[in-house]
Write a protein that binds this ligand. Structure first.
Ligand SMILES: CC(=O)CC(=O)O
Length: 675
């Protein structure tokens, strides 16, 4: 067992000297002191964010309007300024056309690379193609597409026109894509015919047809062959619209006809191929748009009602990602940046932000563990990745599988997000890659970034996120709404950040937006996580505050519970649910999946109970411990604590959880209430 707070990594004087954030402080004329810099960044947000614009020489016109007008919700940033995300992402293409921009790898090991010049050329072609289809400023372009270079090209082309992007990963089933895209009424749908995962080809042509048929707003659909444009000829027949998959053809577990039943009649819009879309060579141009002009729409995985369509603006994303990627991940033009994600998670949007700081971005499409658990580590070694990001579950899986990554001499930083990483995960990273700085990073889709994370100036302690990020005034509130240090409380933001949503789509009076973050504390963003802020500024995240374990008034985040349970080598994964309701003590139910060859014996149950009693409290001994075949997770790897709690309290699974956004919906049937 690793004690929380054990010092694991410290920056050398050279790391501190060479850090991008150090150069920025020198430029500001401030002493190299992170805590003092953070305090200034939140006490003087207008000065701080102006300095970010100036320091990075953002391409655009800053104007002389106020930097912040109004307060949350509805604070406005850089009134009167104009810029374009795509121009900022491609700004070095003219001067360094041969510089590396994008590397793509798939499960089979196939590799494609694009220079900055090639990327800009492709963006120009697709931009022209979208414009021919009638796409202009404010129109929505939706993509049902994998993490391939064509998707990135299409996004940048969309942004260059001032049109609005939205993507879903092709492992999403039709109903959940329809739930998302019908809300935003896209003009063009870019849809892939299939994708490869875990050594299998999943044919998505019929799903793409179904989605397109339910989007009456479409003026055209672009057909992308499985594997992207570099797929072998014959992979997709664009004239007939039938997909001819190579290799084994499978049906994804989440596939299926739309929940709303079959659609009669063929779609009225034309279908064009990717090659037709990119057929004309045209000069690249960028539509200047106001700071808050919508860039993309991402979705929060809601469990009731339709997913929330969260709109982020060009300016907020450019400034936030420049700051976070440069000062916290320490990325620049010499870096090769990889984060394991699909296009359906905001970490894709974050990953491609690497272009803003000049890094080469590595796109990977496929399973993290195919053909073996070490798949991503190998990829990182082969591509000379300098910053490797992944979900915390992959680190835990690598630890449990005894993976020993090799050939990572260039690696300097390792990002972990998605769910809290326990101290043991921190220690494994440190023991395995002692030179590498682990950056546990937490924030969310809502702000398209992390607001607590690492910085190269601060040490890393087991289980502790080293700092609150610059410009993010994160505080922990006790039940009476008072800020607390050293105690677990509600994570709130008491100052606006520029990457907060500019609005929710289809929410003209802003009520849905206000209800989502501002219902509890007036003018203060409640994020929905438990956090403890330590006296030295370090932070510990304890999971979602709406799935808290409240045992006789002792409140605890679920991550503390998992930390104890998942240390047992017999346990592969776990889920804990407190069925208590407001004012009522409920039952504490622990679900476990077993490691290969292990059994849930009476002896193991007793050891689990004793350890939980000793390490947490007698109130945290489960009433029941049940073995299940799988722990329900979203496609981006988050445990479904709140939906399972609802199911156990009587809500039907299809109403409690968004089945199509789940990695393993079939396991939900094992979580039914006992009569
Ligand atoms: C940065 C994050 O917070 C990502 C996530 O967990 O969704």
């Amino acid at each position: 067992m690793v004690e929380e707070g054990t010092r694991l990594w410290e920056p050398t004087p050279e790391i501190v000297r060479d850090a991008k954030v150090t150069r920025y402080m020198e430029w500001l004329g401030r002493p190299v002191d992170y805590q003092a810099l953070w305090q200034w960044s939140v006490d003087a947000p207008a000065e701080f964010w102006t300095s970010v614009w100036d320091y990075f020489e953002v391409a655009g016109a800053r104007g002389d309007g106020p930097v912040i007008s109004g307060t949350m919700p509805g604070a406005e940033w850089f009134t009167g300024s104009t810029l374009n995300y795509a121009e900022n992402a491609l700004r070095r293409a003219a001067s360094e056309p041969d510089g590396p921009a994008v590397v793509f790898r798939d499960e089979s090991g196939a590799r494609r690379a694009l220079t900055l010049g090639e990327l800009a050329g492709e963006v120009a072609r697709v931009r022209a193609g979208l414009a021919r289809l009638g796409v202009g400023r404010g129109d929505r372009v939706a993509a049902y597409a994998p993490n391939v270079p064509e998707t990135l090209v299409a996004f940048l082309a969309t942004a260059s026109l001032g049109a609005i992007w939205s993507s879903c990963s092709p492992d999403f089933g039709a109903p959940s894509v329809i739930d998302r895209f019908t809300q935003i009424e896209p003009k063009v749908l870019i849809a892939v015919d299939g994708y490869d995962y875990n050594g299998r080809r999943f044919d998505r042509a019929a799903v793409a047809d179904d989605i397109a048929a339910r989007l009456p707003s479409l003026v055209a659909r672009v057909r992308m062959p499985a594997g992207g444009a570099a797929a072998p000829a014959g992979t997709a027949d664009v004239s007939t619209g039938t997909a001819v998959s190579e290799g084994q053809v499978g049906t994804a577990g989440t596939a299926g006809a739309s929940a709303a039943g079959p659609v009669a009649g063929a779609a009225a819009h034309p279908v064009v191929s990717w090659d037709e879309l990119r057929s004309a060579e045209e000069p690249l141009a960028f539509e200047p748009v106001p700071f808050g002009h919508p860039l993309w729409i991402v979705y929060s995985s809601g469990t009731t009602g339709l997913p929330k369509p969260i709109v982020h603006g060009h300016g907020g994303v450019v400034l936030e990602h420049l700051k976070a990627l440069s000062f916290h991940q320490d990325l620049g033009p010499e870096d090769v940046f990889f984060w394991y994600t699909t296009t359906g998670w905001m970490m894709w949007n974050y990953l491609i932000g690497g272009l803003l700081v000049g890094a080469t971005v590595v796109l990977y499409d496929g399973s993290a563990t195919h053909p073996g658990t070490d798949a991503l580590w190998r990829l990182a070694a082969e591509e000379g990745v300098t910053y490797f990001g992944t979900g915390a579950p992959y680190i835990i899986a690598s630890m449990k599988a005894g993976v020993k990554p090799e050939g990572l001499e260039r690696l300097r930083g390792l990002g972990s997000t998605g769910s809290p990483l326990p101290p043991e995960g921190f220690a494994w990273v440190h023991d395995t890659l002692p030179e590498v700085q682990l950056g546990s990073f937490s924030g969310g889709t809502d702000v398209c970034t992390g607001f607590v994370g690492a910085v190269p100036l601060l040490p890393v302690d087991a289980g502790v996120i080293p700092c609150r990020c610059l410009g993010a005034k994160v505080e922990s509130f006790d039940p009476s709404g008072e800020p607390v240090i050293g105690e677990v409380g509600e994570l709130v933001l008491t100052q606006p950040m520029p990457s907060m949503p500019v609005m929710f789509w289809n929410d003209p009076d802003g009520s849905r937006y206000r209800e989502s973050y501002f219902a509890d504390y007036s003018g203060i963003w409640r994020h929905g996580d438990w956090i403890k802020i330590l006296p030295d500024g370090g932070c510990v995240i304890y999971g979602r505050s709406d799935s808290t374990l409240n045992r006789g008034g002792v409140r605890m985040g679920t991550s503390e519970f998992y930390r104890v349970v998942e240390r047992f080598e017999e346990i592969a994964d776990s889920l804990v649910i407190d069925t208590g309701q407001l004012g009522q003590e409920g039952r504490l139910l622990l679900y476990v999946t077993m490691a290969e060859g292990a059994e849930l014996t009476d002896d193991l149950v007793e050891r689990l109970r004793t350890t939980l009693r000793d390490e947490l409290s007698p109130r945290h001994v489960p009433n029941e411990i049940t073995e299940v075949p799988g722990i329900p997770r979203t496609l981006s790897g988050k445990k479904l604590e709140v939906p399972v709690r609802k199911i156990l309290l009587g809500t039907p699974p299809a109403m409690a959880a968004n089945l199509d956004a789940m990695a393993n919906p079939e396991v939900l049937s094992h979580f039914t209430p006992k009569s």
